[in-house]
Design a binder for this molecule. Structure first.
Ligand SMILES: Cc1cc2nc3c(=O)[nH]c(=O)nc-3n(C[C@H](O)[C@H](O)[C@H](O)COP(=O)(O)OP(=O)(O)OC[C@H]3O[C@@H](n4cnc5c(N)ncnc54)[C@H](O)[C@@H]3O)c2cc1C
Length: 388
């Protein structure tokens, strides 16, 4: 049961499917293998903010029509703490904007656009012979049949829990990691957002974020201790805590509650594994790095990696030189570390700790980024995303 392709892609999340689509447009064959079903992958509630360069990449790949019709362009975000809310206008500060468009929608667009083979519901995925010129992937298909996929190159796009990252021998990889002492309780609610743009709120009882997915669906988050069971947060408790932290009643602003349709707890972690290439294996997206969601960078970094990887593999496999493939890891890591720092910075500026010294530093930082054009521009440039 052996198949052959040019690029074997492990994982059909945004990184894997976008890579398959870009390779297909360049005339390179690929096969994607994925543990979950197509429906499960398309309905996972995750990221929702696209930076300008992600919108540009998706548009250039022919995936921009629904994004522009149904997504919402935002000029910036609000930063607040008790007593004050301040708007940062990214367009005014940097000439760049962000778009609200859910990862679920990006995934649906990718599934519709990509006509190549994607094998869903596989198990036992394993990567082999990565430092030879005939690497391969083995897996068991949904009928229980063992399969082997031979390729010129393997792309590890299998997220934070897939086998690709660990397929690099310990002696050849370095892992940098930070675990944060808090998590996010995220809810999706069938109610119109109470704000036109995202509100990032510092509060002594914990961070809160008011985001949105559409004009009728709100996405809201609360800082909670690690290990929190979502069952201990009935809907009324969620809404009353959000109202307090987001400043319901402050300067006439009100938070409108509504039916909660999804509730989950998301631990916060930073991780970077270097290098992002080992022999014929190239890592992209969460398979190589994880950021806490505060800076809205996870999905955007996955798209940025793939935007570099697709032309590098095309040149390599079409005999147009290996220079881009050689540089892939270093080039990608420069952006990864910038976003890792920004995500850490936003996280540590906005999340309450039990230390009153931390609180004063955080408030000082917030006053600075909202009152100094230089401070505001630094945040805006990173949030809206540096050009690729
Ligand atoms: C619960 C959650 C909430 C998030 N919320 C936000 C947010 O609010 N904002 C933000 O910016 N980012 C958020 N992120 C991060 C963002 O969703 C990711 O950065 C993004 O999905 C990365 O895309 P990816 O394709 O690299 O990885 P993934 O989307 O994780 O895709 C990897 C794919 O590989 C598949 N896979 C795993 N193991 C195997 C295997 N053995 N064989 C084959 N396939 C396999 C997985 O099923 C998955 O489909 C969130 C992540 C999670 C987990």
């Amino acid at each position: 049961m052996v198949m052959r392709t040019e690029v074997a892609i492990v994982g059909a999340g945004p990184a894997g499917l976008l890579l398959a689509h870009l390779l297909d447009r360049a005339g390179i064959e690929s096969v994607v293998v994925e543990t979950r079903s197509q429906e499960y992958v398309a309905s996972r509630i995750r990221a929702g903010i696209l930076e300008q360069s992600s919108v540009d990449v998706l548009t250039a790949a022919g995936l921009g029509d629904r994004l522009r019709a149904e997504g919402h362009e935002h000029r910036g975000v609000y930063l607040q703490w008790p007593g004050g809310r301040h708007h940062l206008d990214f367009v005014d500060l940097t000439g760049r904007s962000v778009w609200v468009y859910g990862q679920t929608e990006v995934q649906k667009d990718l599934v519709r656009a990509h006509g190549g083979p994607v094998v869903y519901e596989v198990t036992d995925t394993a990567l082999h012979d990565l430092t030879t010129d005939h690497p391969y992937v083995t897996y068991t298909d949904r009928d229980g049949v063992g399969r082997r996929l031979d390729a010129a190159v393997i792309a590890g796009c299998d997220g934070s829990f897939g086998p690709s990252r660990a397929a690099v021998p310990q002696s050849a990889r370095q892992v940098y990691e930070r675990t944060y002492p808090y998590s996010w309780l995220g809810v999706l609610a069938d109610v119109a957002p109470s704000t036109d743009e995202l509100i990032y709120a510092w509060h002594p009882d914990g961070f809160a974020l008011h985001s949105m997915r559409s004009p009728t669906v709100s996405r809201l988050y609360l800082q909670v201790p690690n290990g929190t069971d979502p069952q201990t947060w009935p809907d009324e408790r969620v809404w009353s805590e959000l109202a307090k932290r987001l400043g319901h009643g402050q300067d006439g602003w009100t938070l409108t509650p509504g039916p909660i349709t999804e509730k989950s707890v998301l631990p916060m972690r930073s991780l970077v594994q270097t290098p992002m290439r080992h022999g014929r294996l190239f890592l992209a997206g969460d398979a190589a790095h994880i950021v806490p969601p505060t800076g809205a960078k996870g999905l955007n970094l996955a798209i940025a990696d793939v935007a570099r990887l697709a032309p590098a593999l095309t040149a390599l496999l079409r005999g147009n030189g290996s220079a881009r493939a050689e540089r892939y890891s270093d080039d990608a890591l420069a952006r990864v570390w910038r976003c890792t720092h920004f995500s850490w910075w936003m996280t540590t500026m906005l999340h309450a700790t039990s230390d009153p010294f931390d609180a004063q530093l955080q408030l000082s930082q917030l006053r600075w980024v909202t009152s100094s054009r230089a401070g505001a521009t630094g945040l805006a440039e990173n949030y809206a995303g540096l050009p690729l």
